[in-house]
Design a binder for this molecule. Structure first.
Ligand code: ADP
Ligand code: MG
Length: 278
């Protein structure tokens, strides 16, 4: 018998993880209606790695909020792992979100007075995981993003890239089958962005996790397998990525930043003016 796997139970590869049929989203602002999505149909299968691209205001975040069960379509259907969730109540959506979906945001959204480990543990509380298992799961998730040695640090004691890795660990802690990330590298420098793409690629390749990220940077989209381009609430293009890049190959070719060394506090022009002569 093969050893039991720690990856999530294999889903039927023939059932799309995501199927949208004619999805519309209209925001009602009193007099004005904003049509954020205007008839989006699409399928994403288990093990895919997709980038959602498009200009600001094209509907990317609206789409991600629907895919992540944070919001519902105004019209059209959303099947998640074969289940029609478009008419689910908020309570039903919250439950499915907790068990199937991990979400990563541009702003990390960590609790500042809470350690990395406790931040990662939070979703296990909502999922009703036993107290003894919470810590173990959270440590395991931190290990998967290479931050086991930072468990007791507070967000303010971590670099931006490390904070985003904590947020990814938090998204992984309930073993979701779908990872959604809305501009996960939007607040990071280019090397750190590729380190984050490295984590997503490893999760996708090694653990078969389905990953969908929003990015407006073509350089970042070269690390995924498939790109969807949005404009004015519609999907314009759906293309496989040619000449895909692998972060683990690119990273060694980049100049390394000494990210353990804190930058001097900005505004201290005197540091340059009075730099020691020798
Ligand atoms: P993107 O993420 O591509 O920048 P969004 O999905 O955030 O685009 O926005 C799409 C459109 O919907 C924009 O015109 C935006 O102003 C509008 N919009 C987004 N969220 C809301 C909201 N909560 N209420 C009203 N309008 C919204
Ligand atoms: Mg957005």
């Amino acid at each position: 018998m093969p050893a039991p796997s720690t990856t999530p139970p294999a889903t039927d590869p023939n059932t799309p993880t995501i199927r949208l049929e004619g999805v519309h989203k209209t925001y009602n602002l009193g007099e004005v209606q904003v049509q954020a999505l205007r008839g989006v149909s699409l399928e994403i299968y288990p093990g895919e790695f997709v980038a959602v691209m498009g200009a600001s205001g094209s509907g990317k975040s609206t789409l991600m909020n629907i895919l992540g069960c944070l919001d519902r379509p105004t019209r059209g259907k959303y099947f998640l792992d074969g289940t029609d969730v478009s008419s689910f109540t908020k309570r039903q959506l919250a439950k499915i979100r907790n068990t199937k979906i991990g979400f990563v945001f541009q702003q990390f959204n960590l609790l500042s007075r809470t350690s990395a480990l406790e931040n990662v543990e939070l979703p296990t509380i909502y999922a009703g995981i036993s107290l003894t298992e919470r810590g173990a799961r959270a440590r395991q998730a931190l290990e998967r993003v290479g931050l086991a040695d930072r468990a007791e640090h507070f967000p303010s004691q971590l670099s931006g890239g490390q904070q985003q890795r904590v947020a990814i660990a938090r998204a992984l802690v309930n073993s979701p089958s779908l990872l959604l990330a809305d501009e996960p590298t939007g607040n990071l420098d280019s090397r750190t962005s590729i380190e984050i793409m490295d984590i997503f690629q490893r999760l996708n390749e090694d653990h078969g996790l389905t990953v969908i990220i929003v990015t407006h940077e073509p350089d970042i989209a070269r690390y995924v397998k498939r790109a969807l381009e949005f404009r004015d609430g519609r999907m314009l293009r759906d293309t496989p990525i040619q000449d895909r890049l692998f972060a683990r190959e690119v990273l060694p070719t980049l100049p390394s930043l000494d990210d353990e060394v804190e930058e001097p506090v900005s505004g201290s022009a005197s540091a340059a003016d009075h730099s020691p002569a020798g």
